[in-house]
Each structure stands twice: as C-alpha cells, then as structure tokens.
Ligand binder design. Structure first.
Ligand code: SF4
Length: 196
C-alpha cells in the first residue's frame, strides 16, 4: 500500500505523472527500478583476446553487438581490460584503451594486398593466394641460397637471405613452435615485433 502525504501527492502530480514520478511516490517495485539501471553491456557478446600492440600482451574483453541472428551484424562497440588476466589484471595503457577506435577505423587493413613489380597500385588478393605466394617465394629463395657448409667445410645449414618477424602477442606455446619452425628452416635473422 502506498504511503503518500498530501504534500507529496500535490508536489509530484502537479508536475507530471511520468514513470520517474511514480518512482518518487514509491509505486515502482524494485525489479522495475533495476530494469531502468540495467548493466549497459549485459546483452552483448563477450570475447576474450590479447592486445596486439606490444610484448606485455595484456588481456582484453571485447564486447560486440549482434546475437548471431541471421540479420544481426556483429560489431565491436566496447573494449576493456580483463580483470581475470594475470598480466594486466584489468588495466590497459592508453594504446590498449584505444583499441575500439583501431578496430573500427576505416583505414584498417583487413585483407592481404599485392603490388606487382613496377606497379603503382596495390591489389586485393585472397588469403590463400597470399599464403601460396609467400610459400613459393620462401621455397625458391631457400633453394637458391641455403648454405650447407662454410668455407672450412663445416656443416652450418643456414639460410641468410630471408628473415622472420614474429608477433609479440603470441603465447609461450606459439612462440616456442614459431621458433622451432624458423630455426628448422635454417633462418638466422629472427626477431620479434615487441622490439620494433
Ligand atoms: S594495453 Fe598497452 S601495455 Fe598492454 S599490451 Fe596493449 S600496448 Fe602493451
């Protein structure tokens, strides 16, 4: 039962009987109040990921619109530090905190491009074509320049004409496997984006 004094009644109804006024009168039950104050990210899809910028590799939470329905277009609208991540425990530096703008930037490159020798323009190619081209170039270069023995006849098995730059956001396991693959091919020039 509502408990409203005469003064309260005239004060509120004299202006408006909108929902906020009903709340002041005590007519809005707690669930209705809670609905008004709903958590802004409650209906979004949460995805865990790693900030790609530097070797600290902070954990981030990506929040996207779209519930997977046929016509719903997923779009990342909010990113924040992952409080459960052991590296950053929810914090992000200014670069990481600006990831939403980076992801939604119209200038962001989202597909491989190729510029033919002598050409003045880049052309879009598929990921399959890009990987095939890279593999072809690596194989040809290694076949032509692999050094099995040095001048003294010692076995060196090295490939000096191609280098590898690895990603700084790799996990320990990915970094370990990348290192094994690169060294197995004989590559000596091997560095990490974390130092760039
Ligand atoms: S949030 Fe900052 S410190 Fe953390 S990985 Fe990204 S760039 Fe590095």
């Amino acid at each position: 039962m509502l408990k409203v004094s005469r003064r309260q009644f005239f004060k509120v109804t004299g202006t408006t009987l909108a929902s906020s006024s009903l709340t002041l009168l005590g007519a809005a039950p707690a669930p209705a109040m809670a609905e008004v104050r709903q958590y802004k990210l409650a209906r979004m899809t949460e995805t865990r990921n790693t900030c790609p910028y530097c070797s600290v590799a902070c954990g981030v939470l990506l929040y996207s619109l779209g519930d997977g329905a046929k016509n719903a277009k997923a779009r990342i609208v909010h990113i924040e530090g992952d409080a459960d991540h052991p590296v950053n425990r929810g914090t992000l530096c200014p670069k990481g905190a600006g990831l939403t703008d980076f992801i939604n930037s119209p200038n962001r490159l989202t597909h491989p491009e190729y510029r033919a020798p002598g050409s003045d323009k880049w052309e879009r190619i598929s990921w399959d074509d890009a990987l095939t081209r890279i593999a072809r170039h690596m194989k040809d270069d290694r076949d032509a320049n692999f050094v099995e023995r040095n001048d003294e006849g010692q076995i060196v098995n090295r490939w000096l004409t191609t280098g590898m730059l690895a990603a700084s956001a790799s996990s320990n396991e990915v970094a370990y496997i990348t290192h094994k693959v690169v060294r197995a091919m004989g590559t000596l020039a091997f560095d990490n984006q974390a130092r760039v």
